[in-house]
Design a protein around this ligand. Structure first.
Ligand SMILES: *Cc1c(COP(=O)(O)O)cnc(C)c1O
Length: 485
């Protein structure tokens, strides 16, 4: 006994770099926080889950959250605020005009982004409404490495065309590259040669990390060059910054010359290449609600944006948020830049991905910032696309383990051509498990892996699905299915 204890005490002392490396590989590691407040979750009995999912029309969006054990539907607004954020909530200045809490967010944006103007909104899509509504004209082409779905929606609502300029490798789920969110600079230049001349391109946007292809990062080099090209043609360069801190972490880990820089230094350099940003604070500011447009120095644009802000969100110094929400954002913006936090967050995604990989689950690679994406076509080759294999997998995950993921396949992206009645099937059939920030521990991740191990052994119990109700757009939110048994 005493020898064992001695062995433990005689662990070789590690250098800082070795400790970091162990942390990254989750060796001798635990979450960098302790838990002061808990929220009970319950794995409801299997028979109950069978019934609940049937009543929900085999669509996980229709489940009651209390019937879910581990909820990986989204990482948007589902993070856990820290004791400091909760303490700051009590400092919220609820004044209509000139609230102190507003100035705290404004100062944080100036400090991290280097931008002078702040236009607050209730969440990211509202910031998109403000920016797009101010700048996008009918018939224009809006350029982005890849539009997030609400961003795309706002471009379309302004009767313009969303154009995705992601490099081809970004669409390949099996190609391993460090920066699969990068924009194709040749395509960008070709678009701008025509569009900047005749005024059909209002601006260029870069989404960091690129949510729609799995939270893949964009390199600093690509950001700098894309911004240079955009500016050469006299246009503005904006960021969709919802996940900017995660992007900066990947730059620190993967791009030469940034390994010794702090996340904040990287963020400030990154934003220095742009003219402004929209942000959903529900992501990397680790709050439950909030968003904003930040503008570097164009006062006219700021005035244009605040007109729409006042109409849709609220006065300049609150923009649809309570003073307490603004306090939490100001604190959260800094917490989101913390090395230990990012190491843990992105490390947890990798932890889950590595373990699923070990038991042979086909995944998108490399793992992105906020979740893992399972290739359902490969995992369930016997279920043809017309029978919704990814949706079928989400249902089995719930039945087998009370886990809620989201389908990104034929239900979300497929549709029936209204003219020909023909079915359109998307290329990919994925299930996303998005990990909320600071909410679940690695032991929850282990339970997910065990559930998959069980599913792999019992694939025959997974049923094909038949669509029985679907609205014409965004059908995954409200669609209903029946199982073909
Ligand atoms: C979540 C998200 C948005 C939209 O933000 P909401 O707060 O959900 O309205 C926009 N862009 C990206 C990249 C996102 O991840």
């Amino acid at each position: 006994m005493s020898i064992m204890v001695l062995d433990i005490l005689n662990l070789p002392s590690l250098t800082g770099a070795e400790e970091r490396n162990n942390m990254r590989n989750r060796i001798n590691y635990a979450e960098p926080y302790k838990i002061k407040m808990v929220e009970a979750i319950e794995l409801k009995p299997a028979e109950y889950r069978e019934k609940a999912i049937a009543e929900a029309g085999f669509n996980l969006f229709n489940l009651k959250a209390e019937d879910v054990y581990i909820d990986l539907l989204t990482d948007s607004g589902t993070g856990a605020m820290s004791n400091r954020q909760w303490a700051s909530v009590f400092l919220g200045d609820e004044s209509y005009a000139g609230a102190a809490s507003y100035f705290k967010v404004k100062d944080a944006i100036k400090d991290i982004f280097g931008y002078n103007y702040l236009v607050l909104s209730h969440q990211g899509r509202a910031a998109e409404n403000i920016l797009m509504g101010s700048l996008v004209k009918p018939g224009q082409r809006v350029l982005n490495n890849m539009h997030f779905d609400t961003t795309e929606g706002h471009v379309l609502m302004n009767e313009a065309l969303p154009v995705n300029l992601l490099r081809d490798e970004g669409f390949d789920t099996e190609f391993d590259a460090p920066f699969k969110g990068n924009m194709d600079l040749e395509k960008l230049e070709a678009e701008l040669k025509v569009g900047a001349e005749n005024g059909t391109v209002p601006f260029v946007m870069m989404t960091v990390t690129c949510n729609s292809n799995g939270g893949q990062p964009v390199s600093m080099k690509n950001i700098r060059e894309a911004a240079e090209i955009t500016h050469k043609y006299g246009l503005k360069f904006f960021f969709d910054a919802a996940r900017y801190a995660e992007n900066c972490y990947f730059i620190q880990q993967r791009e030469k010359g940034y390994e010794d820089k702090s996340i904040k230094e990287i963020a400030t350099e990154m934003f220095s290449y742009g003219d402004g940003a929209t942000m959903s604070a529900k992501k990397d500011a680790i709050v439950n609600i909030g968003g904003f447009v930040a503008i570097k120095n164009d006062e006219d644009l700021y005035n244009m944006c605040t007109q729409r802000q006042i109409q849709y969100e609220g006065f300049r110094t609150y923009g649809g948020l309570a003073g307490r929400d603004m306090e939490a954002i100001a604190a959260g913006l800094y917490e989101g830049l913390n090395d230990d936090y990012l190491e843990d967050r992105i490390g947890q995604v990798k932890y889950l991905g590595d373990k699923l990989n070990e038991i042979g689950i086909p995944l998108q690679i490399p793992f992105g910032g906020h979740g893992v994406f399972i290739n359902a076509k490969k995992l369930l080759p016997d279920i043809e696309q017309k029978y919704f294999p990814a949706q079928a997998l989400t249902i089995e995950l719930y039945k087998a383990g009370g886990i809620r993921g989201v389908e990104l396949g034929t239900c979300a992206f497929g549709h029936t051509d209204s003219a020909t009645g023909e079915e359109y099937y998307p290329e990919l059939e994925l299930v996303r498990l998005a990990i909320p920030r600071r909410v679940y521990t690695d032991r929850h991740m282990d339970v997910i892996v065990n559930t998959f191990a069980d599913i792999v052994k019992n694939k025959s119990r997974i049923h094909k699905l038949k669509l029985v109700y679907a609205p014409t757009i965004m059908r995954h939110f409200t669609a209903r299915f029946e199982e073909i048994v």
